[in-house]
Design a protein. Structure first.
Lengths: 197, 324
């Protein structure tokens, strides 16, 4: 299968999927257990899949305050607007390490008590994140900060600044924790309001 | 790939973090890349790669095992975390570890990172190692210096005394860092540490002045809390462990983190990998994987090519120092 793929010299998505399917079927019958330590395990045809050297897609924004996702929304029947956030480390953070989240739009602070933080579809009051023992903010997941506002955000560009303080899981001696043991994520951007859908 | 009677090479998916975190590589893509490197050992970082961490879902278990099978990968080490600063008490830390050990076990990892600064916790976890067939390895990571830091000397003695098949070491290449690099300088600058203090601190480090004296002198230069942190951080991030010290703990080395940041002309200029590999080869280390941990990717870097280059460098040193 994979020979056929490479003979063509051109790999389509369909041929990749076919190759993977065949190897899966082969794997079920003839695989070497992954736990075998003495010899590197046997490999299968899909090894020839050309991921190495393949063109990478463009990188997505990696910053705390995301370039995208600033728009008017309705959450649980309430009108307002939202921004998208990501934790910037390599391994996510415990949600309960977050001490506070604040947002300032066009120079005006929003009352933190009004803010709703949404993670994996779950709603939390932004002031109560420190009580969410056991909830992990996974590193690939976006957190959404929802600001209830009956009038919504006016179209166009706005200066948005979001700040989040959280306890570093590494303790004070670590370089990652900074001088205080409290880490701060801050995002300040001029964002353009996106269409609602 | 590796010479007979010596260690194997594996890859921590941590290496591909830049592409992974920017959605340029999926988890599956990272697995495939790992299968085209070294001896196809794979290490994952619990909270980075497992969405339901610290637990492992049935979905992830199948995804991981299926991927290992398809690409011929061998699980090597599950990078677990203690996160003590955000847990309330030792019972919570214990639960945190046990949950991760169960996950590592289900995924087929023979090794998991254990708490290197908490012996009572290790004693509590040890009975579960046997049940779950997971060994705990203590990472010797900066700021710890192998054989210099009283804590590591004490830990090595303790592991020897315990002499349990379930307790061993994972020295991290970063602990052998012997230069204050631009990366560390930039990190101090980011917190606003004055350039004069940074410059003087590097001179003091290079002249092998002890950290206490360096701190004293920094204070006379008017160092504030942040600058004091920076001096500690510089010394801590470049602990200059002596590779020869590896020979003293050789039977207990189960894993080795091939950490590096800078890749210039086929070398990491701040970590003496030639001496490290030489010590491992001469010490007869054949008991695990040297698992690459490239830590400085970015949109301009092809992490796969860098990791490949690093592993070729290691392979070269293995060949150079192996007696055939």
């Amino acid at each position: 299968m994979t020979e056929q793929v490479s003979n063509k010299g051109r790999i389509s998505r369909r041929s990749l999927m076919k190759a993977t399917g065949v190897s899966l079927a082969l794997g079920a019958a003839s695989c070497t257990p992954a736990t075998q330590q003495q010899q590197p395990p046997q490999t299968f045809g899909c090894m020839a899949l050309p991921l190495v050297g393949a063109a990478k897609p463009a990188p997505k924004d990696r910053s705390f305050l995301d370039d995208l996702g600033f728009k008017n929304v309705t959450v649980d029947g309430k009108k307002g607007y939202q921004v998208q956030l990501r934790c910037t480390g390599y391994r996510g953070i415990p949600l309960w390490s977050v001490q506070d989240v604040t947002i300032n739009v066009d120079g005006k602070d929003v009352n933190p008590k009004d803010l709703i933080f949404i993670l994996e579809g779950n709603r939390y009051k932004a002031t109560e994140l420190k009580n969410q023992m056991g909830v992990q903010w996974w590193v690939l997941s976006y957190g959404t900060l929802f600001v209830p506002n009956a009038e919504g955000m006016k179209p166009g560009e706005h200066d948005v600044e979001v700040t989040m303080n959280y306890i570093s899981t590494y303790g004070r001696r670590s370089m990652a924790s900074g001088p205080t043991g409290i880490s701060t994520q801050k995002g300040k951007k001029r964002l353009t309001l996106e269409a609602e859908i | 790939m590796s010479a007979a009677n010596t260690f194997r090479q594996g890859t921590s998916l941590y290496c591909f973090q830049s592409e992974y975190l920017r959605f340029q590589l999926s988890f599956e893509d990272c697995m495939q890349l790992a299968s085209q490197l070294g001896d196809k050992g794979v290490e994952i970082v619990g909270p980075m790669h497992v969405r339901t961490w610290p637990e492992v879902s049935n979905e992830f278990e199948r995804q991981f095992k299926s991927s290992c099978q398809r690409f011929g990968l061998t699980p090597t080490h599950f990078a677990a975390y203690g996160d003590d600063p955000v847990l309330k008490n030792e019972d919570e830390v214990f639960d945190y570890y046990i949950t991760q050990m169960k996950g590592a076990s289900r995924l087929g990892f023979p090794l998991m990172r254990g708490p290197s600064d908490n012996k009572p916790m290790v004693e509590r976890l040890l009975p579960y190692c046997e049940k779950l067939i997971v060994k705990l390895v203590f990472e010797i990571h900066a700021p710890m210096a192998l054989g210099k830091d009283p804590a590591t000397i004490d830990l090595a003695e303790w592991v020897k005394q315990k002499s349990s098949p379930y307790l061993g070491f994972n020295p991290d290449g970063g602990s052998f860092t012997n230069k204050i690099t631009d990366r560390l300088k930039r990190s101090a600058q980011r917190y606003g540490v004055p350039d004069a203090i940074i410059k003087r601190c590097i001179e003091m480090y290079d002249s092998k002045m002890p950290v206490d004296k360096a701190l004293e002198e920094a204070k006379t230069m008017g160092a504030d809390q942040t600058a004091i942190w920076a001096v500690n951080m510089f010394y801590g991030q470049a602990p200059a462990s002596d590779p020869e010290e590896l020979k003293k703990i050789m039977p207990y080395i189960f894993h080795f983190h091939g950490k590096f940041w800078t890749w210039e002309n086929g070398q990491e200029p701040a970590i003496p990998y030639e001496q490290i590999v030489r010590a491992l080869v001469e010490g007869g280390w054949a008991n695990g994987y040297l698992s690459t941990e490239f830590e400085a990717g970015g949109p301009e870097t092809d992490s796969f090519e860098v990791v490949k280059g690093f592993q070729e460098m290691v392979r070269g040193y293995v060949a150079k120092y192996s007696k055939t």
